[in-house]
Design a protein around this ligand. Structure first.
Ligand code: C2E
Ligand code: MG
Ligand code: MG
Ligand code: MG
Length: 294
């Protein structure tokens, strides 16, 4: 969309910003057309096992490959997708792709790799009980083992309509998938839901990881989250790791997994498969090579 820059005669091009004529309805129609035309695709950000240093899977992140604007990040269209209901279609697409891609990574990697894929679910998806059938269908179509699929929800989702959310999460849990709390610690919520809902994993928000080693509050919060998770038997993931210092710090706290630009930006699914396969072929000492050396 073009916009006149203040005090100039130029039309400044601002990706993702609608023109004044754009109403929410037009925007939704554009997004619907984009879905139909196959402009939405899924990229994957590798998750790294902090004990071995190996990639053990990835988080699915949706992108809008706009023919003029280029790549639009989800922050520019997920809210619209939620309001318009298009999130149901987008969500199903991401789930299908994630399960299919993860099944391919699994097929290419040694069994010891113990791979997983995580998929974000928005509030509206969790409120819609069709999600259970969508997840079941994605698993069936791909043949992915259910425990390899981790569904990420935010604390806000849980606080929204607790009883309905709880019912849906328990149904999802019954399929054998795992549930993660995304951006843990940033939501407005009580810790009671960790017992009330079937939670398997906590993702420590980038907001806290950012200040590790510099900001005493972030250190304390991150340590508390990892300890809490350990006590409850939950896996922990540190999000937004950008420096070696942050990586060492969270590894030292006993955090299980990490994700961030230090390891990799979101990449194509095939590239994740290659990364995983290479990590098992390279000289990194892991369970398998130790066995073979004996
Ligand atoms: P999120 O689930 O918390 O995903 C992590 C976001 O942090 C991603 O942004 C990722 O690219 C970014 N990130 C990862 N590592 C780093 C790092 O080291 N530094 C920095 N500065 N950023 C990092 P992205 O892909 O733009 O996604 C933004 C949000 O959009 C996601 O946050 C998630 O809430 C939502 N989203 C993405 N894909 C989907 C989807 O398929 N469905 C739904 N419902 N929401 C999605
Ligand atoms: Mg996420
Ligand atoms: Mg997150
Ligand atoms: Mg998020």
């Amino acid at each position: 969309a073009a916009k006149r820059a203040p005090g100039t005669d130029f039309l400044v091009y601002e990706p993702g910003l609608g023109t004044a004529a754009d109403t929410g309805k037009d925007a939704a129609a554009e997004l619907a057309a984009a879905i139909r035309d196959g402009e939405l695709r899924t990229v994957y950000q590798p998750l790294v096992d902090l004990r071995t240093g190996r990639p053990i899977g990835a988080e699915a992140l949706v992108r809008w490959q706009h023919p003029i604007d280029g790549t639009r990040p989800p922050d520019q269209f997920i809210a619209l997708a939620e309001e318009s209901g298009l999130i149901t279609e987008i969500g199903a697409m991401v789930l299908d792709d994630a399960c299919r891609q993860a099944a391919r990574w699994v097929a290419q990697a040694p069994a010891d790799a113990d791979l997983l894929v995580t998929v974000n679910l928005s509030a509206r998806q969790v409120a819609d009980d069709r999600i259970v059938d969508q997840v079941a269908a994605a698993l069936a179509a791909s043949g992915l083992e259910p425990h390899r699929l981790v569904l990420e929800i935010t604390e806000t989702v849980l606080m929204h309509d607790r009883d309905a959310a709880a019912a849906t999460l328990w149904q999802l849990k019954a399929l054998g998938v795992r549930i993660a709390i995304d951006d843990f610690g940033t939501g407005y919520s009580s810790l009671a839901y960790l017992r009330r809902f079937p939670i398997d994993m906590l993702k420590v928000a980038r907001e806290f990881v950012d200040g590790l080693g510099r900001d005493a509050h972030d250190d304390v919060i991150t340590r508390a989250i990892v300890e809490l998770a350990g006590t409850l038997g939950l896996l922990t993931v540190a999000e937004g790791i950008e420096t070696n210092e942050q990586s060492r710090y969270v590894a030292g706290l006993g955090c299980d997994l990490a994700q961030g630009y230090l390891f990799s930006r979101p990449i194509e699914a095939d590239a994740v498969g290659t990364l995983v396969a290479e990590s098992w072929l390279s000289g990194i000492i892991g369970p398998r090579s130790l066995e073979e050396d004996r």
